[in-house]
Design a protein around this ligand. Sequence first.
Ligand SMILES: [Zn+2]
Length: 77
Amino acid sequence: MLVLRCAACKKKLWKYDKVGPGEVLRCHKDRIIRIYASTKENSKIKCPCGKEVGIDKGTYIKMIGKAFTCSGTKRNK
Ligand SMILES: [Zn+2]
């Protein structure tokens, strides 16, 4: 399980069940376990601080690479 945080303010965004190795490029909504903080503005997913972290694509969120950090069960940390 990964916890995604805003890169700008370090606030927890959501908890995500990552399947397979590699970078988190998109977050499938049915694998988002818990949402701590995020706001949606049109199709943009933002941290409450205003930082844009992803784009809503319907069934998944396309993540913006430099806008978030991950921690949790990810190898090669
Ligand atoms: Zn933030």
